[in-house]
Design a protein around this ligand. Structure first.
Ligand code: ADP
Ligand code: MG
Length: 809
């Protein structure tokens, strides 16, 4: 059907912007040609009309349909973000992940032929935004902080919230806030014609948008939903006959075989985390060191199994729980389901490219390394990207034709009653599985190999994942909302309201921390706490930190505790690889390799020990020491030789500076505060005070050694290692589990793990409890619940805290 012409006013602004635009920016011709094929581009007129007529529009389109790259350009060409247009404010585009914010800004800049920073990004400590910026990509956290500063978001004429289907807490809170900002701007525009309404565009890659559209607390009238139909190319989905528990090993086999059998085209492999990716990457690099020889990869397997040649692996014979996929379920979209797990290309010769170019992709990887996946692989090699969820929706990696999906992801779970946080590896949702498969259809028809059976998919996969707000502690969100004068947080227009119980316990904790009154009103301490980009516990520690001359240390400590883990775990530095036996003997090469690994292992342990120089019973103080030492030599080289993460330490240093600035500008008592990046080691007295401050922030996270508890539990065997010494949490008094182990244990990476069982402290403060995912190979055995980020504390200090005197005398 013929499309209605654009409204006159819109045509005029569009032409005006196009004119302004064409002088300064020109799209490279090849880009112009490919973008015309994107489904979203076919809907440009519909989208822009909807935006013109409504202040709120929802756009749904499958991953790869062009939402992220094209919609900001439509807005730009319609005059948004252009200084001489009626809508000069910037176009803000939010992403849940930093890597997406950076790479999408770059891509859109390239598409527009932008040379002058018209397209920029801002992530937490890094950005390219300048006065000429028209399109600003940012993480959702960045925009949230901007809303807190200017509730009317006057700098912007349009906001695009991308990847809304992921339902991250930040996205949900943003949608709630922006629903009010849009109203506010409408009211302001009605009074003052120089102010324009704010356009809000919510984009989703799945159809699960009803939480936004049919939610009367959010939007009084349901916003229009525009669909951009269709994937570019069909993707054939292949289920495995059998679902293997050891899916990393299974991925290795399948990739090895696929590499030899499949025509050229990149591989994108979905794993659940960095450990698996590192392990798999090592295996693949080893196996294909010399390229794809016709002898196939040398398959090394650990354990008692006999060595096996790749050719021994017959995919067709592995399975036992074969399940016929019901073809009727295929409701006519382009995805073909095949219940086979071989590469049915009908030929036996090897046609794949010789070499493998293996690249990891996960969020802790340095940005520079992350961006390598966008570069073409070396000639004659196959790109193999081993990725976490990062690659599920936000990034489009060029040249991917085959997806290998383990079907699992690592998700943070939070048990509100026990306070146990766990990273559990669980099945993804059907929606996620379809996103992952879709990644194969970008450059041409593709294939997705699922490492699980269709029976498991049908039986165990949920339609959609649960919103994150139902899965994590929310005291930070509650404090932020209260700081914005929302006393009754339950009245906030959440797309999915958090559990009432969860809200209640957040308020209890905030009251504990003196951030709110018992009746739920924010206190002046609470308002000050909310200024810092820290969780309320850390903000509280910070604000008691100026006593005892500890402030610079406290800043360093809370910055360190807020960031991701600084320490690279031992198994990532020295992988455990079972030596290969030949005729019952280890090969010489293996013996040499094993010796080399032992040497690294010894060095690793030596360095860990040196980091406990200040104190050998506290992860917090160990972290403080690392943060302090790094500042004396803030280089990648130092981090490399000390087995710590450069990216994280660099960020901690930036965070320390930011916290110092915030203290200076917001608290009059600190007006003269200067930033000290290099710190002298704290005195013993300061160390003691710091430990007590940590306890003040975690007063509800104390564990007592079980044999010293008022009612010691029965312990069957006397522990011989400190990591087996049972502790009992004081609040709540026990952690119930299916297998009846109510105790919690010291984490093996903690300095406390090196003590003898007798030396284990009576009381321990922990930051969080975590239960690891069961090992892939032994899913039936439930791992112990372990305490993380530990600090020992004496009974005397605890008593002082309990009396409400948070500091030592
Ligand atoms: P969506 O947001 O709907 O998932 P995108 O706008 O991210 O889709 O991507 C649209 C298309 O743009 C992709 O299918 C891909 O062909 C192309 N594209 C995106 N980013 C890049 C990039 N960095 N390099 C090359 N092509 C890209
Ligand atoms: Mg996108």
């Amino acid at each position: 059907p013929e499309q209605d012409p654009l409204p006159l006013e819109l045509q005029q602004t569009t032409n005006l912007a196009r004119k302004a635009f064409s002088v300064s920016l020109t799209r490279p011709p090849d880009i112009q040609a490919t973008r015309l094929k994107l489904p979203v581009v076919a809907e440009e007129q519909k989208i822009m009309e909807a935006v013109h007529n409504n202040n709120l529009v929802v756009i749904y389109g499958a991953t790869g349909s062009g939402k992220t790259t094209q919609v900001p350009q439509f807005l730009f060409e319609a005059g948004y973000g252009s200084p001489d247009s009626p809508t000069p404010g910037m176009i803000g585009v939010t992403q849940p992940r930093r890597v997406a914010a950076v790479s999408m800004a770059k891509r859109v800049g390239d598409e527009l032929g932008d040379q002058s920073n018209k397209v920029a990004y801002q992530i937490r400590f890094e950005g390219t935004v300048g006065p000429q910026t028209a399109i600003k990509f940012m993480t959702d956290g960045v925009l949230l902080r901007e809303v807190a500063q200017d509730i009317a978001l006057r700098k912007y004429s349009a906001i695009v919230i991308d990847e809304a289907h992921e339902r991250s807490v930040n996205t949900d809170i943003l949608v709630g806030m922006l629903s009010r900002v849009v109203k506010l701007r409408e009211e302001m525009a009605a009074e003052d014609s120089s102010i324009k309404p704010l356009k809000l565009i919510i984009m989703s890659a799945t159809l699960r948008v009803t939480d936004f559209t049919e939610n009367a607390t959010l939007f009084a009238t349901p916003p229009p939903v525009i669909q951009a139909e269709g994937r570019q190319y069909p993707v054939t989905t292949h289920f495995a006959r059998k679902t293997h528990h050891d899916y990393v090993e299974e991925a290795f086999r399948k990739i090895s075989k696929g590499h030899r059998k499949l025509p050229p085209g990149g591989f994108l492999v979905f794993m659940t985390g960095q450990n698996e990716i590192t392990h798999l990457s090592k295996r693949l690099k080893e196996a294909f060191r010399g390229g794809n020889t016709s002898a196939g990869p040398q398959v090394r397997i650990s354990g008692k199994d006999a060595p096996m040649e790749a050719e021994d692996i017959d995919f067709g014979e592995i399975g036992t729980d074969t399940h016929d996929f019901d073809d009727d379920d295929d409701d006519g979209d382009e995805v073909d389901f095949h219940d086979d797990d071989d590469f049915d290309i009908g030929e036996e010769e090897e046609i794949g490219p010789a070499k493998m170019h293996v690249l990891p992709l996960y969020s802790l990887l340095p940005t520079r390394e992350q961006l390598r996946v966008f570069e073409p692989p070396p000639d004659g090699s196959r790109l193999v990207v081993l990725a976490t969820n990062v690659a599920e929706t936000s990034l489009t990696i060029p040249g991917i034709r085959y997806v290998f999906d383990c079907g699992r992801s690592k998700e943070r779970k939070y048990d509100d009653v026990t306070g146990v946080q766990s990273f559990e590896i669980g099945w993804i949702s059907k929606a996620s599985a379809s996103q992952r498969a879709g990644r194969a259809g970008r450059t041409g028809p593709g294939h997705c190999y699922r490492l699980y059976s269709s029976a498991v998919y049908e039986r165990d996969f949920q339609e959609f994942a649960e919103p994150e707000i139902l899965r994590m502690p929310i005291e930070g969100v509650v404090l932020q909302l209260k700081a914005m004068n929302l006393q009754h947080v339950i009245n906030f227009p959440f797309p999915t309201p958090p559990d009432r119980q969860m809200l209640a316990s957040s308020e209890k904790l905030l009251a504990y921390l003196n951030a709110i009154t018992p009746s739920g009103q924010i206190t002046s301490t609470g308002s000050t706490m909310s200024i810092f980009p820290l969780s309320p516990r850390f903000a509280r520690i910070l604000l008691v930190g100026h006593l005892h001359d500890c402030l610079p240390y406290t800043i360093a400590l809370v910055a360190g505790l807020s960031a991701a883990d600084v320490f690279i775990p031992e198994n990532q530095i020295v992988p455990t690889i079972a030596p290969r036996e030949e005729d019952g003997y280890f090969t010489n090469a293996d013996r040499i390799e094993e010796e080399a690994r032992n040497k690294i292992r010894r060095n690793f342990n030596k360095i860990q020990k040196e980091f406990c120089f200040l104190d050998d019973k506290s992860d917090a103080i160990k972290l403080l020491q690392v943060v302090g030492e790094y500042a004396h030599d803030p280089t990648e080289a130092w981090c490399h030789t000390h087995y710590v993460r450069y990216k994280v330490l660099k960020e901690i240093l930036q965070l320390r500076r930011q916290i110092t600035d915030l203290l200076r500008t917001n608290i009059t008592a600190f007006a003269g505060l200067k930033f000290q990046d290099k710190l002298e080691p704290p005195s013993a007295k300061q160390v003691k005070a710091l430990k007590q401050m940590v306890a003040a922030g975690f007063i509800d996270h104390i564990a007592i050694r079980a044999d010293l508890a008022p009612v010691p539990p029965e312990v069957r065997r006397k522990p011989t290692r400190s990591i087996d010494v049972p502790y009992l949490t004081l609040f709540p008094s026990n952690i119930s589990r299916e297998d009846d182990d109510k105790a919690v244990y010291i984490h093996p990476s903690s300095p406390l793990a090196h003590l003898s069982p007798q030396e284990c402290p009576e009381y321990i403060v922990y930051s969080y409890l975590q239960r690891a995912a069961p090992a892939a190979a032994t899913p039936e055995k439930l791992p112990k619940t372990r305490m993380h980020a530990l600090t020992d504390i004496t009974g005397g200090q605890l008593a002082a805290l309990a009396k409400g005197t948070p500091l030592l005398h």
